[in-house]
Design a protein around this ligand. Structure first.
Ligand SMILES: NC(=O)c1ccc[n+]([C@@H]2O[C@H](COP(=O)([O-])OP(=O)(O)OC[C@H]3O[C@@H](n4cnc5c(N)ncnc54)[C@H](O)[C@@H]3O)[C@@H](O)[C@H]2O)c1
Ligand SMILES: [Zn+2]
Ligand SMILES: [Zn+2]
Length: 366
């Protein structure tokens, strides 16, 4: 099958033929129909974090099941499914407590979603094993993944919008609804309105936020944010974000989401807070971010919090089918999140141009 591989960390993908194994145990083989391009994959492709090359990115997959291992119980051949980057072991104390996004095995670095060491690799380029990011590897015609990373979806769901459920949507809507638990009437700032940030905006709208301030450098993405429910727009290229925001909301906001992945935008999120407010770190930075600009006393005095949010605190097997129903009944929008439909050969160019245009999510379609 064809797959777009990384052979180094320079942000260039190469389309090649690789071998994919048959499913064993709880594995599911899926014919990929659509696969989203998350910003996290660009980070994987440009920062050497010790992954063994060649690397296969892509974790937002929708497709059709073509084969299942003997232990698979929840999906069958012919089912329409999506994958999720937040697959978990399902048996550790944190999973059993209803918080699979904190799965001890994942956070402690045990690769519960991989085949055991010494087993035949799921994917190979000739004789060389291929590293599939998040044990998915969605920039390919097919994926072979554990059932724990897969959920069935309604067959009427279009594949392109279904693909982004497993990261952009669960992360964004989940951050606003599960992690932040925004209350009706709360005030919100969303800094960075790409694929994930637009979903934070629509999650804040779902929770009844009174003011949703969207912040971005791109006028086109701000226009998209307004479509998703932003009440106020701040162009970060036209003056200091916090100054512009405080002209609109002098006391600051109850919730500020950092969805870019830089120290500067995290600082903006914290300084945008009203007393008692919380800043949520969603963006993944390419290098360690220093926090010495804030003191414990400032946090204490203003009763402010800074928290990290992974995967929208989602129980994806529960949440994704609900998002499918919400989409089908017009409660959430997904179509305007897809700005480009591309082929495997266009991944490098699409990422190169991403920051220079007003695109939201680009999706590979097959
Ligand atoms: N925490 C998680 O579980 C999780 C999950 C998925 C993605 N992420 C991370 O979330 C971030 C966003 O992902 P995405 O796919 O939406 O990326 P994206 O590139 O589509 O969106 C980023 C947005 O930030 C804007 N931006 C850049 N600099 C800015 C600035 N100084 N001020 C305001 N806006 C600015 C860009 O114009 C763009 O619209 C990435 O860092 C990604 O790695 C985290
Ligand atoms: Zn992602
Ligand atoms: Zn677990």
């Amino acid at each position: 099958m064809k797959a777009a591989l990384l052979h180094d960390f320079t942000g260039e993908w190469h389309v090649e033929s690789i071998d994919i194994d048959e499913p064993v145990g709880d594995e599911v083989r899926i014919e990929v129909r659509a696969s989203g391009l998350c910003h996290s994959d660009l980070l994987t492709a440009t920062v050497d974090r010790g992954l063994t090359l060649p690397v296969l990115c892509g974790h937002e997959v929708a497709g059709v099941v073509t084969a299942v291992g003997p232990a698979v119980r929840t999906v069958a051949v012919g089912d329409h499914v999506t994958t999720c980057m937040a697959g978990s072991c399902e048996i550790c104390a944190l999973c059993l407590s209803g918080r699979p996004w904190l799965c001890a095995a994942r956070t402690e670095g045990t690769h519960v979603l991989e085949r055991p060491a010494g087993a035949r690799p799921r994917l190979q380029l000739g004789d060389t094993p291929v590293t599939a990011v998040a044990a998915i590897g969605g920039f390919a015609e097919e994926v072979l993944v554990p059932e724990r990373s897969v959920v069935g979806i309604d067959a009427a769901m279009p594949f392109d919008v279904a693909s982004i459920l497993g990261c952009a949507v669960i992360t964004g809507i989940g951050a606003a609804t599960n992690s932040a638990r925004i209350k009706p009437g709360d005030t919100v700032a969303v800094i960075g309105c790409g694929g994930v940030g637009l979903n934070v905006v629509q999650g804040a709208r779902l929770r009844g936020a009174a003011r949703i301030v969207a912040v971005d450098l791109s006028a086109g993405r701000l226009a998209r944010a307004a479509e998703f429910g932003a009440t106020d727009l701040v162009n970060a290229g036209e003056g200091a974000t916090v100054d512009q925001l405080k002209q609109m909301l002098p006391s600051g906001v109850d919730h500020a989401f950092e969805v870019v992945g830089t120290g500067r935008t995290l600082q903006d999120a914290v300084y945008a807070l009203a007393p008692g407010g919380t800043a949520y770190i969603i963006g993944a930075a390419s290098a360690p971010v220093d926090l010495s600009w804030i003191t414990a006393q400032e946090l204490l005095g203003g009763a402010k919090s800074i928290v990290g949010v992974y995967g929208g605190s989602a129980r994806f097997k529960h949440d994704i089918p609900r998002y499918v129903q919400m989409y089908r009944h017009g409660v959430i929008q997904l179509d305007p999140l897809i700005s480009d439909r591309i082929t495997l050969n266009q991944i490098s160019a699409t990422y190169r141009n991403h920051d220079r245009n007003d695109s939201a999510r680009a999706v590979l379609t097959f």
